[in-house]
Ligand binder design. Structure first.
Ligand code: SF4
Length: 120
């Protein structure tokens, strides 16, 4: 049976160094949620990726995500796909040591449903 990791919203992953890549659908969803044009959103909240092949979210000076407000994500409802996908669709060796998501054994059907609900 597959294991589904249930996020506990501890916000640890919002504080790690790294880059949150933005695809076009992310930009459309987030700018609309914030009531900004896409151009304004891009100018105010994004930067060029390290590989210069697209955009990523800006960080605060301390390395946290620009949208982290205390222990909440300001754009939780429309957060980027990369954030939605962690840790079930991508993760890294020993991520369990720094991520508090709770592993649950679920049936194949439930697993597929849960992944689908995180992908929308
Ligand atoms: S994915 Fe893990 S590290 Fe990120 S908020 Fe959820 S429990 Fe915390």
């Amino acid at each position: 049976m597959p294991i589904y990791y249930e996020c506990q919203r501890c916000t640890a992953c919002c504080r790690w160094p790294g880059q949150v890549r933005l695809a076009d659908p992310d930009i459309a969803r987030i700018s609309s949620f914030l009531g900004l044009s896409e151009v304004d959103f891009i100018q105010r909240f994004t930067r060029l990726r390290v590989d210069r092949r697209g955009l990523a979210l800006m960080d605060k000076a301390n390395g946290e995500c620009i949208f982290l407000e205390e222990n909440d994500c300001r754009i939780q409802a429309v957060k980027p796909q990369q954030c939605r996908d962690f840790p079930n669709r991508w993760n890294f060796a020993d991520f369990e040591k720094v991520c508090h998501a709770v592993p649950r054994r679920v049936s194949e059907e439930v697993y597929v449903e849960l992944l689908k609900s995180r992908a929308d």
